[in-house]
Design a protein around this ligand. Structure first.
Ligand code: FES
Length: 83
């Protein structure tokens, strides 16, 4: 059986997108590419999660993270992938 892939879902709703997820999208892509993780991860965008007041919103491996500014991305991904 194939290894289950980790899933990262970034909110592409207009509020999150304009408040940081536009940059975070590229930061995440670069992070996965630089560490050779692209094959292990499904990375996709989503419509608004309905929590714009707590945005930008990002889901990593089923856990929802709120107020994820671009500067927090590397730390969040580091702790998810490398503990
Ligand atoms: S736009 Fe992201 S939660 Fe609404």
């Amino acid at each position: 059986m194939a290894e289950e892939k980790a899933e990262i879902v970034i909110c592409m709703g207009s509020s999150c997108f304009s408040r940081g997820n536009k940059q975070s999208l590229n930061i995440i892509k670069g992070y996965l590419r630089e560490r050779g993780l692209e094959e292990r991860v499904v990375f996709r965008g989503s419509h608004c999660f309905g929590e714009c007041d707590k945005g930008p919103v990002l889901m990593i491996g089923g856990s929802k993270h709120t107020e994820v500014t671009p500067g927090k991305i590397a730390d969040l991904l580091d702790s998810y992938f490398f503990g």
